[in-house]
Design a protein around this ligand. Structure first.
Ligand SMILES: [Zn+2]
Length: 460
């Protein structure tokens, strides 16, 4: 196999375009460029490696092939591809790859340079032995979600002398988190230099690809910073290439069937009001009485009903907005104690029988009304909302169905979802979960029970 070699020499100004003139210049002085090109060898195409035979036979005693041994190229200028900046990547150890569309050679001293906004980045350049490209390995770890520029200086052309069309290319490190839709643990960290203390831990669901803008290690674990969407500001476990780890979805048991059993609900601390899963299965302790109940008159509604103070501000804003839209809302029922729910449920049993009561009312301990964050609304001056064929077709019911989520309130038992929500359609029953959660549930298009379960909130 006879090959010939061309050395690319940084800083060596030659006007000779002949590749043979470049042969074996081992001792040429190196320019003080960041890339140690003088130690790199570019092997151009060989006539005996699957290429057509040389039209001009070379003497067997002559080890150096003639220029005519080089395959005849076309008249098209070579082009260059690098990684697609939009696709990101480049945070592994592979380095940045520059690929030519056909073999090229350098005439003048040619060098690759890697730069960022901060200036030149030292890198080791490996030239492809077939003259088809090069790989740059930076001496430093590249930053996350950053665009770098690769510049090739010097005269470079293909074997027919067609000059390279471009000599500068942008490449980018990854900035996309490859979140499969699923459930992950999100973290927020304090301002301490080490960022070692997780201030907030929250399971979150990513319905689609999320964008991350940073990656760093803390306590020997890597984290990606989500910078867009409702989870912006959270960190999740992930790899520097943007792959999120710890998808919790597979670890979650499926949504329980709506059996009539009594299991203690998870997350029943008073501060966990927005994430407590209550259904026919899980219940609150009978002594669960929110400490901050306030009269609904404080939110511009009829009084002598109670709701937790944490919901009061958004409730007032919602009632005001509804009023401006001509929807005159009143309270049918709000907070109910465990003992109060005993009376309510028994009332339904007496009226409709036990089987029907189970579908329309919660057994004691299972009601969201005991949380102090649920309200049954009605129309001012109107009859009980469940006496309507569908209260959601009233001005008030329709306004709530369309707008309540914007104020942190969700219809717990939407139409056609009783197998998932565990209760019949109740267009009047709304639960406050806060604006962030409400927006997430609304965007997910699922019932609150499904969403809370998907977040892992239902699991002890
Ligand atoms: Zn209700």
């Amino acid at each position: 196999m006879d090959k010939f070699y061309t050395r690319w020499q940084a800083g060596q100004a030659r006007g000779d375009a002949s590749p043979l003139a470049e042969t074996m210049s081992h001792n040429a002085p190196m320019a003080k460029l960041p890339l140690a090109l003088a130690s790199l060898v570019l092997v151009l195409g060989s006539a005996s490696c699957g290429s057509p035979p040389s039209p001009v036979p070379s003497p067997s005693s002559e080890p150096t092939p003639s220029p005519t041994a080089v395959p005849t190229p076309d008249a098209v200028a070579p082009t260059v591809t690098t990684q697609d900046p939009a696709a990101g990547g480049l945070l592994d150890d592979a380095g940045i790859t520059v690929s030519f569309s056909e073999p090229v050679r350098a005439v003048d001293g040619a060098s690759f340079q890697l730069t960022s906004e901060g200036g030149v980045i030292s890198a080791i350049v490996s030239l492809d032995p077939d003259g088809l490209g090069a790989t740059l390995k930076p001496d430093v770890t590249l930053s996350f979600a950053t665009t770098y520029t690769v510049t090739l200086s010097g005269l470079v052309h293909d074997l027919a002398g067609n000059r390279l069309a471009r000599t500068s290319w942008n490449v980018a490190t990854t900035n996309r988190v490859s979140f499969a839709p699923g459930t992950y643990t999100g973290y927020q960290f304090g301002d301490s230099p080490a960022h070692l203390t997780a201030l907030k831990r929250s399971t979150l669901t990513s319905p689609s690809t999320a964008t991350a803008s940073a990656w760093q290690t803390m306590d020997d674990a890597g984290y990606l910073l989500i910078d867009a969407g409702i989870w912006a500001g959270y960190w999740v476990h992930g790899e520097p290439d943007g792959t999120a780890l710890d998808d919790l979805t597979a670890a979650l048991p499926g949504l329980p069937a709506c059996d009539y059993v009594d299991l203690p609900a998870a997350r029943t601390a008073y501060g966990q009001w927005g994430t407590t899963v209550l259904d026919t299965v899980f219940q609150l302790p009978d002594g669960y009485v929110p400490p901050d109940l306030v009269d609904t008159s404080q939110a511009g509604l009829n009084g002598s009903y109670y709701v937790r103070a944490i919901a009061q501000e958004d409730l007032a804003a919602m009632i005001e907005a509804a009023g401006s839209a001509g929807a005159r809302l009143a309270v049918q029922s709000a907070y109910r104690s465990y003992a109060g729910q005993v009376l309510t449920f028994n009332g339904w049993v007496n009226q409709s029988g036990y089987a029907q009561a189970l579908r329309v009312s919660a057994r004691p301990g299972h009601s969201e009304h005991q949380l102090g964050t649920a309200i049954d609304f009605k129309t001012v001056g109107g009859i009980a909302p469940w006496r309507y064929a569908d209260w959601a077709t009233s001005t008030e019911g329709a306004w709530l169905a369309a707008n309540a989520w914007k104020f942190g309130w969700l219809m717990s038992y939407p139409k056609g979802s009783s197998a998932l929500s565990c209760y019949s359609y109740e267009p009047w029953h709304y639960r406050y979960v806060g604006r962030t959660t409400a927006a997430a549930v609304h965007a997910a298009g699922v019932t609150l029970r499904e969403w809370l379960w998907s977040q892992g909130y239902g699991v002890h």
